[in-house]
Design a protein around this ligand. Structure first.
Ligand code: ADP
Ligand code: MG
Length: 365
């Protein structure tokens, strides 16, 4: 069971070129790879906070680069029977959907289509290398969790139960009862299903952006390898999470408050699970939210990758800081920054607000 937490800073959009950039990436001393995100202290701008990650991807990072570095290496493990879970976490507008889904152009395609493409390629290769003795089947489920209710995105909106699909436990695993699964032969097949379901999601919502930023969208890719003597099943889940901003700030209608409570709770539990896994704890609090329960987060022998999406502008300052606090990991990282007279150590676990984020504090030498 392993977890990687990485940060991706998005570039300024064409309409933002005049905006003040306050988030930057840095390497650890003597290392080329970026591993730290730096942001000013809003209360004292002469001071900078640093947050350590397993990897940091700066503004120029392409979709291909992110995929090859963070996802491609795990596809082999998926075929060896491990479950892989990839989350995009962050404030609305920071690039979660861009990272997971991406654009239609080849170069702009995100993690999900690239993942499927690699899975199909590897599946075909395995079938070929074993002279057809091993068959590889790929099946998709796609659902969203909105206000703690599960909705099947492969179903047409009018067919969905308004109260959501129930969960059930069997053999220690959690299942969504009645969740549909579509078998998928190749990338074309996948794209058809995926685009159709995303459109379903649009027609089901009154305000597209408002809705999609307030629900978690989960794509589950099930890979089944069958021979005469065995069946091996593993899943890769790719999750575009609800926006981590405090929704109450923008709109405090009753509906928003219910949504905020559900989002905050599930993101909070998620961060606690990621923390517990990265610490190697035996007890992972995955049962405390529907999302982590369905994913059985940390219960399987699997790999979890959390991508924290960040926008570099000042207008996101407080939200960025709070998502950095939730996601950053400083495990086993010890850095010395001579020019600033700063020592980074395994930071004491401050449980500020109950979130186990390891904010690497500035410490005078
Ligand atoms: P979120 O899903 O987190 O709300 P989006 O993925 O919708 O954010 O991104 C917000 C905007 O920024 C979109 O217009 C998107 O195309 C753009 N964007 C995000 N990340 C990148 C990137 N790495 N390169 C170019 N444009 C990006
Ligand atoms: Mg989005």
């Amino acid at each position: 069971m392993s977890v990687r937490v990485v940060a991706r800073i998005r570039p300024l959009l064409e309409t933002e070129l005049d905006k003040d950039v306050i988030v930057r990436a840095e390497g650890l001393e003597g290392q080329k790879a970026l591993a730290m995100v730096k942001i000013p202290n809003p209360k004292n701008e002469s001071e900078e906070f640093s947050f350590a990650f397993n990897g940091v991807y700066d503004r120029g990072t392409t979709q291909e680069e992110l995929f090859s570095a963070e996802v491609a290496p795990h596809i082999k493990s998926l075929f060896q029977g491990l479950d892989v879970t990839i989350f995009a976490y962050g404030v609305t507008g920071t690039g979660k959907t861009h990272t997971m889904r991406g654009g239609l152009k080849l170069a702009e395609r995100g993690v999900i289509p690239r993942l499927l493409s690699n899975v199909f390629r590897r599946g075909k290769k395995i079938a070929k290398d074993t002279n057809g003795e091993t068959t590889v089947e790929v099946a998709l489920s796609y659902y969203e969790i909105y206000n703690d209710k599960v909705f099947d995105l492969l179903e047409a909106p009018e067919k969905r139960t308004p109260s959501g699909l129930p969960l059930r436990e069997k053999d220690g695993k959690t299942f969504v009862v009645g969740l549909s699964e579509r078998s998928c032969e190749d990338l074309k097949d996948f794209e058809k299903i995926y685009i159709e379901s995303n459109n379903n999601r649009i027609t089901a919502a009154t305000k597209l952006n408002a809705h999609s930023s307030r629900s978690h969208a989960i794509l589950r890719v099930k890979v089944t390898q069958t021979t005469d003597t065995m069946v091996r099943e593993s899943t890769c889940s790719a999750i575009d999470l609800a926006g981590s901003e405090d929704n109450r700030r923008t709109d405090n209608g009753k509906e928003r408050l219910v949504e905020s409570a559900a989002i905050n709770k599930s993101l909070f539990v998620l961060s606690q699970c990621v923390d517990a896994i990265s610490r190697g704890d035996k007890r992972i609090p995955y049962r405390e939210s529907k999302m982590t329960r369905i994913l059985s987060l940390g219960q399987n022998n699997g790999i979890t990758i959390m991508i924290l999406n960040l926008a570099p502008m000042r207008s996101y300052h407080l939200d960025t800081l709070s998502s950095l606090n939730v996601s950053s990991r400083a495990k086993r990282i010890e850095v010395r920054e001579i020019e600033n007279e700063v020592v980074f150590k395994q930071a004491p676990r401050t449980m500020s607000g109950g979130l186990g984020g390891n904010n690497v504090q500035r410490q005078a030498l």
